[in-house]
Design a protein around this ligand. Sequence first.
Ligand code: SF4
Length: 254
Amino acid sequence: MHLTETCDPQSPNLITHVVTTDASVQDGTMLKAIHTGLAGRGRLPALHLVDAGYIDARNVLAARRELGVELLGPVRPDTNRSAQKFGTDAFTIDWDRQTVRCPDGRTSVVWRNKLHDRHDGHRGRDPVIFVRFAARHCGPCPLRDRCTISQSGRTLMLRPSREEHELLQQARMLNQTEEWRRRYNPRAGIEGTISQGVRAFGLRRCRYRGYSKTSLQHLFTASAMNLTRLDAWIGGVSPAGTRISRFEALRPAA
Ligand code: SF4
């Protein structure tokens, strides 16, 4: 179940869209359906806070270009980086010449478009640019320990376009800033929505068999939750804050 809700501080958090899928569907592939549904009702947000499963360079660009929606969420770590390895940001990419220069000043010898297995645990393949450096350069390189253990030379997987690559690099940097955290913070409310749905409305169980009836159950549940929230808002009841453990409560205030 994919839920979208408002998170303006001056109004109650109301669920604006519900879509039901089977569990094997990757979150990011549902984004277009969610945005189309929201646009159809005139509820498309200017800023859409999502979790990491929905964030992908293609989704961010498509939302911005086609709908004028800013998609904000955590970007997955650079898959070219590991504890010892230089990440992509240590390399200089020349997109026009289709070459990459490494931290030791060597130029790549392979630049090839290919399909690569997804690295997020879901089935399917993503288009990438495969880059490789020559074994004759990497073998005697003084930086080899910090770069690669491959006998055939360091490899990199880049996004298929410069625009997607640069967007991800910039987003990873922004993810580390206080300003980004401040903007993203209101998304935490959706966890409370899911918790409320599960605890108070039995959302964990399907009451009926089949996709259509399950989808209908989800719509009714979301409607009931909205009515409950409106009632609380009109009655002046504030939403509950984020719960913390008793142990964490002992921590002195900063
Ligand atoms: S190991 Fe290869 S790619 Fe890495 S810095 Fe050395 S020459 Fe460059």
